[in-house]
Ligand binder design. Structure first.
Ligand SMILES: NC(=O)c1ccc[n+]([C@@H]2O[C@H](COP(=O)([O-])OP(=O)(O)OC[C@H]3O[C@@H](n4cnc5c(N)ncnc54)[C@H](O)[C@@H]3O)[C@@H](O)[C@H]2O)c1
Length: 286
């Protein structure tokens, strides 16, 4: 598929990332088939999109009149067969290999053979996912950042098998969404998590060893290094369980003990202090 022939996009999964991805495609003028396994999950995703569009209207990024037009371009479905009409597809289902395998196999069977299939995985090998499909040269990583409507970066990841045409089309498509695509080769953690997670891990060690409080570590990084968020605030936002999982992927994939998750991070996860979503992580949230 060339960029001009892409009109309809399938987004698999209407969770945190999927509803954001559907939002940005619909806002950019694409028809979107948004698929999840239950009506209630689709409704939750559509409600989030509605609220986020309202926020964009308030900020003047979108006019009042444009909001219903964006919503009208979104078609929530539970029927997987409906994705057959798509000219491009992105999966954003949970980060579990067996779920990815089932969804990718189904999508591969339903989509036309010329359609590019993209994955938003944060940590699974794109090369391994590509190999699960019969279209490995048209399989690519499209790693959006959370929250998708606000974050400008898309890491476009080339699996070993990804063809030049599919890669170039995906880079172009990210630009059509108003994003800045950055080309990266497939490797554990890609660039984003390969660089970010050791920073978060080291910040956790500094707290564990009593070098400084979480507030002090974050203040140093914000005021001294110009980071908009401190690494521990960011870790709480991402989820400490997710951070530990990604560090394990880096450790496993790269084999270097420098990626071993800090014991304090693991202890917080054991306590259920998973960050913002649990009301407590390095910080307490009310
Ligand atoms: N949350 C983040 O900050 C973030 C950032 C970048 C990438 N990612 C990646 O994005 C992907 C999705 O993460 P998330 O945080 O949105 O997860 P999530 O749990 O919020 O959403 C996943 C959604 O997929 C749905 N789902 C499950 N099986 C499905 C199926 N067979 N077909 C369609 N939908 C199905 C679930 O019901 C759920 O609504 C993961 O691969 C994750 O690694 C997450």
């Amino acid at each position: 598929m060339t960029i001009e022939t892409i009109k309809t996009v399938a987004v698999l999964g209407a969770g945190t990332m999927g509803n954001g991805i559907a939002h940005v495609f619909a806002r950019a003028g694409y028809s979107v088939i948004l698929r999840d396994v239950e009506e209630r999950l689709l409704q939750r995703g559509m409600d989030t999109i509605g609220k986020n569009l309202d926020r964009e209207v308030k900020k003047g990024k979108l006019t009042d009149a444009e909001k219903p037009a964006v919503l009208a371009r979104l078609k929530p479905v539970t029927d997987m067969a409906a994705i057959a009409a798509a000219d491009f597809a992105v999966e954003a289902v949970p980060e579990k290999l067996e779920i990815k395998r089932a969804v990718l196999t189904d999508a591969d069977r339903l989509l036309r053979p010329d359609v590019i299939l993209a994955s938003n995985t944060s940590s699974i090998s794109m090369t391994a996912l590509a190999a699960m499909t019969k279209r490995p040269e048209r399989f690519v990583g499209m790693h959006f950042m959370n929250p998708v409507p606000m974050m400008v970066l898309v890491e476009v990841i080339r699996a070993l098998q990804t063809g030049d045409e599919a890669f170039a089309t995906t880079m172009e498509l990210a630009k059509k969404l108003g994003k800045t695509p950055v080309a990266v080769n497939d490797a554990p953690g890609f660039v984003s998590n390969r660089v970010l997670m050791p920073l978060i891990n080291e910040a956790a060690y500094a707290v564990m060893e009593g070098v400084a409080t979480p507030e002090a570590v974050d203040a140093v990084m914000k005021l001294g290094m110009n980071h908009p968020m401190g690494p521990l605030e960011l870790a709480d936002f991402i989820g400490l369980d997710v951070c530990v999982d990604i560090l394990n992927v880096l450790l496993d994939g790269l084999g270097d003990p420098k990626y071993r998750a800090c014991p304090l991070l693991k202890k917080y996860v054991s306590a259920g202090w998973l960050g913002r979503k649990a009301g407590r992580g390095f910080y307490k949230y009310t």
